[in-house]
Every structure is written in C-alpha cells, then in structure tokens.
Design a protein around this ligand. Structure first.
Ligand code: SF4
Ligand code: SF4
Length: 299
C-alpha cells in the first residue's frame, strides 16, 4: 500500500550515505566493489561472460578476481586510505548469489572487520528469495536487482537460459521462473526494510515500451530508486545482441524513457556503470592504486 512506498526517516538516512542512492551523497561518499563472484546462473543476451556483470557494470573490462580474504584485506587498506569510503558492495563479475559461499564469507568478514561500512549487493534476483534472512542477518542495507521485464514474452528475448535447482530452463519457462523469483525477492527485501534499487537495461525494440510498466510495478513493491541503463552492445563484445546487430538507445530515447518513468519512480541519473572492482567516488576508479600484490593477506 501507500505506506510501503513512502520514504521514511530510516530509509532516508540509509540512502544518504550511499553515493548511488543519494544525489547529494555521490559527491561526499565513496564506494568500493569487491570482485569475488565469478559464476553466473543465467545468460543475458547482452553479456558474453568475458566482461563484468551488467547487474551493475559496464561491459568491456574484466575484473581481477579476489578470494574473500584478499577482498577484505583490500577493503581494509582502501578504508584506511580513503576516509570517504562508506559502502562496500559485491557486484560481480558474475552474479553474487550464484557464488553464495564466497559472497557470504566476504560479507561476514567485512561485517566483523569493518563494522562501520554499509554493505551492498547487486544481483539478477534468481536466488534472492532463498537468501533474504541471511542478507538481513549479515546486515546488508542496499540491494540492487536487475529487472528488465515483467512480461515473460519480453523477458524470453533478453535471457537465453538459466540454471535453477540443478535444472536448465530456456525460453518462456526460464523467463517465467526468473520473473517470479525476482518479484518474490524484491517484495521480501522491502518488507525487511532493505533499500532496493532496480536496474533496468534499456533495450530498444524489446523493452523500451515496457519500462513504464516496470517502474509502476516496482513502486508498488516498495523499491527506492530506478536506474535505467542504456544497453551497451558493440559487435566486438561478442554478445548475442552485439552479434545480432541489436541497436543501442540514442541518448534522447534514454532521457525520454527516464522522464516518463520518473512519474512513478525516482530515477537515478548519475549512474556511472562502474566496473565490478571500482574504487573511489562515483566517476573515478582508483583500483589501480591498490594492486593485489600490495595487499597483505593473513590466512
Ligand atoms: Fe552476465 Fe550478469 Fe547477466 Fe550473469 S546476470 S549473464 S554475469 S550480465
Ligand atoms: Fe553506483 Fe551505478 Fe556504479 Fe553501481 S554502477 S556503484 S549504481 S554508479
């Protein structure tokens, strides 16, 4: 109902410290992504697995994969060097929840060793309903779910296949299952008071006319922010869309759709489509200043 979509004080204070959730915060707070999650449980037609997950990040660059202990040692080093660091997130390079062991081990170590930092996670949503209690227990405040379609006829054009419970699904049945799991996961997160940002990849001719319905539905579910990300599909990336000549949106099309969706959901306009191992203020990446060789790891 009405109450679930209204921003309350707790939500506002949580959002203020996350550079992606708060317009004012993105000049004052820094974020760090830890690339600890290599595997994925589904195949988006805009992904070729050589690059970072579009849950959060821009295709075209590969993250240096870290073990949980390495990742947390690196986070401690960065926290000491960048006092504005307020958020540590897991965003890939695959899907964090397709790597449950590594992801939760990292989150638990962060919670123990850097208790003041906010924890953030992004996911395609397939495994969300199974881990809500664990996310609450470890103290994750922010979850981003990539939701590109609510209609299986549209979703089946975006996803090639998925793995669930040891079975492979394709076509309409994969699309239906993914949408059901995303819906259940998003509703449960907002019921628990976790701030939910929805990323939608804008794919011309496929979901461009549908994103308004997505923004209306996520408002009903109590999501906090909607981030409409223009598709990146260069043929040289070798994605299904890239190889099929799927066009990218023009800047004015993206702007018009964001404006239309803005009538139901606050829009994130300052997303930088960061790498899965980005470090620093939004728009900057200081990862190169923190090479793995310089990170002390005590087993
Ligand atoms: Fe690639 Fe992310 Fe899609 Fe998995 S969820 S296929 S890693 S874009
Ligand atoms: Fe924030 Fe967008 Fe970067 Fe994610 S990809 S950390 S939402 S700016």
């Amino acid at each position: 109902g009405q109450g679930s979509t209204r921003v309350n004080d707790t939500q506002a204070s949580k959002a203020a410290q996350h550079p992606c959730y708060s317009i004012s915060g993105h000049h004052r707070f820094a974020r760090m992504h830890l690339a600890v999650a290599p595997a994925c449980n589904l195949q988006c037609n805009y992904c070729n697995r050589k690059y970072d997950c579009s849950n959060e990040s821009r295709p075209g660059v590969v993250s240096e994969l870290l073990l949980p202990e390495q990742a947390v040692a690196k986070a401690r080093q960065v926290a000491a060097a960048i006092p504005q660091l307020s958020v540590v997130g897991i965003a890939g390079p695959g899907d964090p929840l397709a790597n449950i062991g590594r992801t939760f081990q990292t989150l638990e170590l962060l919670r123990q060793q850097l208790p003041d930092l906010k924890l953030c996670l992004s996911t395609n949503g397939l495994m969300l309903p199974s881990v809500i209690d664990r996310l609450v227990d470890v103290g994750v405040d922010h979850v981003t779910v990539t939701l590109n379609a609510l209609d299986p006829a549209i979703a089946e054009q975006i996803y090639a296949w998925l793995w669930f419970d040891g079975e492979r699904y394709t076509g309409r049945s994969a699309a239906q299952l993914l949408i059901e799991r995303q819906a259940e996961g998003i509703r449960k997160l907002t019921e628990k008071g976790i701030l939910v940002k929805i990323n939608s990849v804008l794919i011309p001719g496929i979901n461009d006319q549908h994103l308004l319905a997505v923004s209306q539905q996520i408002k009903q579910w109590g999501a906090f922010l909607h981030n409409i990300m223009p598709l990146i599909s260069r043929p040289e990336h070798g994605t299904v869309f890239g190889l099929n000549g799927q066009p990218e949106p023009e800047a004015d099309q993206t702007a018009a759709i964001r404006q239309a969706c803005g009538s139901s959901m606050p829009q994130m306009m300052h997303c930088q489509q960061c790498r899965a191992d980005a470090i620093g203020m939004l728009g900057e990446d200081r990862n190169a200043a923190f090479p793995l060789s310089a990170v002390p790891v005590t087993p």
